[in-house]
Write a protein that binds this ligand. Sequence first.
Ligand SMILES: *[C@@H]1O[C@H](CO)[C@@H](O)[C@H](O)[C@H]1NC(C)=O
Ligand SMILES: *[C@@H]1O[C@H](CO)[C@@H](O)[C@H](O)[C@H]1NC(C)=O
Ligand SMILES: *[C@@H]1O[C@H](CO)[C@@H](O)[C@H](O)[C@H]1NC(C)=O
Ligand SMILES: *[C@@H]1O[C@H](CO)[C@@H](O)[C@H](O)[C@H]1NC(C)=O
Length: 541
Amino acid sequence: MFLFCFRTRRGSILSKLHIWFLFFVAVKAVSVNGVWPMPQKISSFVERYSVTPQTFTFQYTPGSVAQPGCSVLDAAFKRYFKLIFPDLLRQPGESYYVRPLASPFTVQVGVSEGNCDGYPSESSKESYRLSVSSGLAAVSAETVWGALRGLESLSQLVYQDDFGVYYINKTEIEDFPRFAFRGLLLDTSRHYLPLNAILETLDAMSYTKLNVFHWHIVDDPSFPYQSKFFPDLSNKGAFHPMTHVYTQGDVRRVIEHARLRGIRVVPEFDSPGHTQSWGRGQPDLLTPCYRGDVPSGTFGPVNPILSSSYQFMAKLFKEVTSVFPDSYLHLGGDEVNFNCWKSNPDVRAFMKTMGFGSDFSRLEAFYVEHMVNISTALNRTSIVWQDVFDYHEKIPKDTVLEIWKGLPPAYAQEMSHMTKAGYRVLLSAPWYINHIRYGQDWRDSYTVKPLNFSGTEEQKKLVIGGEVCMWGEYVDATNLSPRLWPRACAAAERLWSDEDQTSSADKAFPRLTDFRCRLLRRGIRAEPLFVGHCEQEFQGL
Ligand SMILES: *[C@@H]1O[C@H](CO)[C@@H](O)[C@H](O)[C@H]1NC(C)=O
Ligand SMILES: *[C@@H]1O[C@H](CO)[C@@H](O)[C@H](O)[C@H]1NC(C)=O
Ligand SMILES: *[C@@H]1O[C@H](CO)[C@@H](O)[C@H](O)[C@H]1NC(C)=O
Ligand SMILES: *[C@@H]1O[C@H](CO)[C@@H](O)[C@H](O)[C@H]1NC(C)=O
């Protein structure tokens, strides 16, 4: 970055100039008028129109398939009205500027196919066109999901001058996502996240056009999912059986909140490892570990040698797929520790019978194959972490593999191998943003090139997208938002926008600074990127 070069080259002699320069950049940044993530094609003009809440309306385009009563768009019109005019959220009694003799401004939204009652899916079309001219903004899309993306872009075009007057410039946008799967993982096992924290994250995801909420709902530390068939899982496995659980109603609320924003909800019930909390409510599920000839009283991964384990899993997943409508199901499969299996004489005997020798990864593969079969029988596409591929190349071809290990050369090689073997892949290795370091670490996320691996065009097409991961070791509702935002925005742009048009983090910086201020105005506690200010700072509660 220019400013850093400036400092390192000249040292502190120019520090005054440096500070002055930062001030200049900060002042300039708040007036940048941009959309995040960057649309595929955008033309902005200097012609601008003032808009006021009193004369600002949303309408359905005549002939649109969606008309009044469309759940997704009716709700979106209400939401975007408030997002476009955040002043209206001020305390009663505070006034905002009303421009005299304001002329009407209409947002017309038209959709050509599909309906309003379904769920977004892997094949949802999210492209849209947006044309802003005098008195009219026209959003046209194939589906309601595309219309939502168009409304979001529209909302980001509106800005206020120093007197609080709202403006929008004449603009033409033609936009579509680069990748269909643009995910964000939250971990609700290591710390319980209250429902509101999840809903707020979904809001912010829609502002950055992220479209898959990967709900890593359970893990070793706790089992907060309240199961209908197996209530003891959360009764005994949650941090608290009443206060630290997600009821069926909570889950429905998350799924509906997400649906209205065009976001899919993909649950992960990770096994056979990462299941310590499951064992508390489901006796005999986990493998008893041995010390010498006697059970040690501790337990390892799910017991892969008992048919009762698979019967339990089949029943649990039947419930899970009845609750979560998405066609994808994350089965986990990462970080299985073999020590416990090795210690158990029954497991060793089973290995012998099966002819697995002393290769415990074959036992793991046997388990995962069972799980994928269960998921397939429930008409779901399975996602598994890369470990499953690393140990077992014969998993069904329609399984999606998620890459989480390593730095650039390592994950690029993995992508190359997986796509060569014909699998679809998701990249998350460079986007473990629960890791933090001093400085602008969003730049590392931003400069990732997901398709920079050796492979044919056909292989590159198998990369369906990627995911930002927010693991919960050191994260709960106190620091979730500031750690996620604006840092997750970097990956969101990488996954949506054209790579060549957005290759420079330096160029992105003022637009991201501006977008972060917009997030604050929308109530998201997005942390600062660097020295500077927002016209309207976060007010706290
Ligand atoms: C919007 O219009 C104003 C006033 O004409 C102009 O100064 C500004 O550069 C325009 N913004 C963009 C992004 O074109
Ligand atoms: C299986 O899932 C696909 C995709 O979600 C869906 O179109 C199809 O109707 C489902 N089939 C059955 C038998 O439920
Ligand atoms: C999984 O399903 C396949 C295809 O039906 C079958 O050949 C295989 O034996 C099953 N694997 C397990 C572990 O049940
Ligand atoms: C692209 O891949 C090559 C080879 O692995 C690597 O040297 C280079 O740093 C990568 N570029 C980026 C921007 O990741």
